[in-house]
Design a protein around this ligand. Structure first.
Ligand SMILES: Cc1cc2nc3c(=O)[nH]c(=O)nc-3n(C[C@H](O)[C@H](O)[C@H](O)COP(=O)(O)OP(=O)(O)OC[C@H]3O[C@@H](n4cnc5c(N)ncnc54)[C@H](O)[C@@H]3O)c2cc1C
Length: 392
């Protein structure tokens, strides 16, 4: 009998899994969103793909993701540009951190260059202010992703059947094995069920009395007005000392900031969309401070404010692998665009009992926080929010 795998969630993670499962299994991907809409975190993601991570397996997942995204197109639009990324520093502590990161990149075999101020500014003169830059660290293989395009391109790969408007309301068990997944309209038989539901992971896991220690947090990103030109891809820029990042999107500039008190979203406030109303002063102030890092001539009026929700975990690592108590139930949660393609491949290898490309994947298993206090776990996750780019 053909093995039946039901993936819940058709964001970049669920679509990457479906695209990489072998052809001899039957794959169904269910998503509550209407056809053509991305209502999860993948939709609003501005798409920074920085390969280097302090945790080596994450660097490997990012490398594999970028390799998967290279060359993907949908509707004639490229999903991924190897535009590079640059980290800017201006203080002695920041410069020391850049050197540390350069050493880490060297040990990971990632191409990189430590630059002086003039070379750094030349990479992205619209974004880097010479008066606030002493050195830069350039990662030439980093990239910028159009997560929606990548997701759409991956949906076309493989033999998976995608069912939209399919909100899952139940996961049925036979003994301690999964047996089917239920929506209001239909029941889908399943030998394996993958939870690729991002910030909604805990709600899905709770259908079978399992826990996923994941905290949804709100995050501000601001776009400038469209300038009518279409510039070639330029490196994205991070200011780790300030917890700020920015990008030239080609037709407009955009920037985001982690320099504010973290904003967890309670489960009953999540709704069915990863975008929230802009909360006002808290995010306005963070964006205003971030804008001051740009050259005075390129600070832009805000044309669009985006408050998007993504998932954080107590150690800033994904929840990837089997739920040990329920045979056939798998988690693929709290995974960035940066790591989605590689994490999906790692999970597919686990599901299909293949030799793993990523030897240290066990580090990410979803039950690694079992028995720990949920409130303390949430506190740990929120503590990491401001320094998210220190470890990425
Ligand atoms: C503002 C913002 C900035 C970001 N910046 C970056 C960045 O620069 N770089 C980067 O790498 N990442 C970034 N991220 C994070 C990244 O976008 C997410 O981690 C990633 O998109 C998660 O993908 P996913 O497929 O796991 O989840 P999602 O895209 O959220 O997909 C989950 C899917 O599950 C579906 N679903 C949920 N519940 C059910 C149910 N009961 N039944 C059926 N379907 C269900 C949802 O409809 C949704 O489509 C950012 C995120 C945000 C919001």
């Amino acid at each position: 009998m053909t093995r039946k795998i039901v993936v819940i969630g058709a964001g970049i993670v669920g679509s990457s899994i479906a695209a990489q499962l072998p052809e001899d299994v039957s794959v169904t991907v269910l998503d509550q969103a209407p056809t053509g809409q991305l209502r999860g975190s993948t939709g609003p993601a501005p798409g920074f793909v920085g390969l280097l991570n302090e945790t080596p397996v994450m660097t490997e997942l990012a490398r594999a993701s970028a390799a998967l995204y290279d060359g993907l197109e949908f509707g004639g639009v490229r999903g991924f540009d190897r535009a590079g990324g640059v980290e800017v520093a201006s203080t002695p502590e920041g410069l020391a951190k850049l050197e540390e990161r350069a050493e880490l990149a060297a040990s990971a075999g990632l191409p990189h260059r430590l630059l002086d101020a003039a070379e750094t500014v030349a990479l992205a003169p619209e974004l880097i202010d010479p008066a606030q830059c002493r050195r830069g660290l350039h990662f030439t293989d980093d990239g910028t992703a159009r997560a929606g395009i990548i997701t759409a391109a991956l949906r076309e790969r493989g033999n998976a059947r995608f069912v939209d408007n399919a909100a899952v309301v139940g996961i049925e068990l036979r003994g301690n094995r999964v047996s089917s997944v239920r929506t209001a309209a239909e029941s889908f038989p399943a030998d394996d069920v993958v939870l690729a539901t991002g910030i909604w992971g805990p709600a899905l896991a709770s259908l079978v009395d399992q826990r996923l220690p994941l905290t949804p947090v709100a995050h501000p990103y601001a776009y400038g007005p469209k300038h009518g030109k279409s510039s070639a891809p330029t490196p994205f820029v991070r200011w780790p000392e300030h917890h700020v990042y920015a990008r030239d999107h080609g037709d407009r500039l955009g920037l985001g900031s982690y320099d504010h008190a973290p904003q967890p979203i309670a489960p009953d406030q999540l709704g069915w969309n990863a975008e929230r109303p802009w909360p006002g002063e808290l995010f306005d102030d963070a964006v205003r401070r971030a804008m001051e890092l740009l050259p005075a001539s390129h600070r832009f009026p805000i044309a669009e404010r985006l408050n998007g929700v993504f998932a954080m975990t107590p150690d800033n690592l994904p929840l990837l692998g089997a739920f040990p108590d329920i045979t056939g139930l798998w988690s693929a949660a709290a995974i960035w665009v940066t790591h989605a393609g590689g994490a999906a491949r790692g999970l597919v290898e686990l599901i299909c009992d293949q030799r793993s490309t990523f030897p240290d994947l066990d580090r990410l298993r979803p039950d690694r926080f079992a028995d720990q206090d949920p409130t303390e776990l949430e506190t740990s996750a929120l503590r990491l929010y401001r320094d998210i780019y220190a470890s990425l």
